[in-house]
Design a protein around this ligand. Sequence first.
Ligand code: NAP
Ligand code: ZN
Length: 364
Amino acid sequence: MSAAANEAAESSHAYAVYEAKGEFKKHVFKLHKLGDDELELRVTHSGICHSDIHTIDGDWGNKFDIPIVPGHEIVGQITKLGPNVAKLRPDFKIGTRVGVGPQALACQSCTQCKVDRQQYCTGTRAMTYGEQLPDGYTTRGGYASFHRVDCRFAVLVPEKLDPANAAPLLCAGITVYAPLKKLNVGPGMKVAIIGIGGLGHCAVQFANALGADVTAISRSAAKEDDAKKLGAHHFLLSTDQDAVKAAAGTFDVILNTVSANIDFNAMLGLVAPQGTFATVGAPPDPMSIQTFAVIFRGITIMGSLIGSPAQMEEMLKLCAEKDIVCQTEVLPFDKVNEGIQKVRDNNVRFRVVMEMPADATYAE
Ligand code: NAP
Ligand code: ZN
């Protein structure tokens, strides 16, 4: 198969893993029948999120249908439109640049969907990869040349944004933007971001753009300069016990983005009385916290899952307006195993994004 940029496809050239912790191998799959509400996009850029690694490593104890094609930071151009798309998204045309994040489907009628929080849908919901759609098709993600999705889970990517740098916003960006907005982060608030990786480097930029006094908390001293360039006003090395002690009880909001277990009690000690410790990081082990660390200072512990498509479009517009730019290392698609290893090794500033080959097929 060979397809030009705006040409619809029947099959997709992907990379997939065939066993937990396995290497990525080439995988061609037949695209499912385009639904009435769906669109097809030719993927141009696909980010590597740490959730992809948790998934393929079996960190979350989840079983998945193999082969699995991950990827939920997808940018591409529309190549095909189902008959209902003109009504649902009149602005989507063949060639429009869109993005797709971690969610593929929601019921659109439960309480959460009605208030535009489709990520917490209590009805039929499916994520972008490794989950079943109502027709029995197991979703496949963005490590692929073509992708088909309900048009309500595709978002417009403003022309001003570079597509490679926009890709991480579709998961890393929205996952931190949504809780910062929910917590009304703004001027006069002291906000700390723990873990300066894919999510964390977006969070520092958003918290700064929203007007907060921002501290980056990292175990990597080498990230201080970059964190400050991204908009952190202060840097706290989490392994420096004196510095951690000096910062006790000072943050109104702490947002944890770490992919591994941390000393939650030490970090809770940094939250101001009646402040909030929010976590989006999803390490495999349970969070262990001392209840007194929370009770005695009235601390709220909060979790947050991605964001809704409407919030994604709001965030993308803000990025275009305020010049919020993800820092990416762009690799060709066939270097997927190298990209995954860089993320595993915490050796990336700050997101690996894969660029698809121009003809949408593998080089043989
Ligand atoms: P990432 O790019 O790998 O960044 C994670 C950062 O965590 C690293 O850069 C590092 O920052 C810190 N870290 C890693 N290992 C650590 C350790 N052993 N101890 C202390 N710090 C450590 O990952 P990501 O893509 O940003 O994802 C972060 C987490 O968010 C993952 O668990 C992912 O599954 C989760 N996630 C959740 C949602 C959601 O909806 N809630 C959505 C997407 C991702 P420093 O070097 O600065 O310490
Ligand atoms: Zn993600």
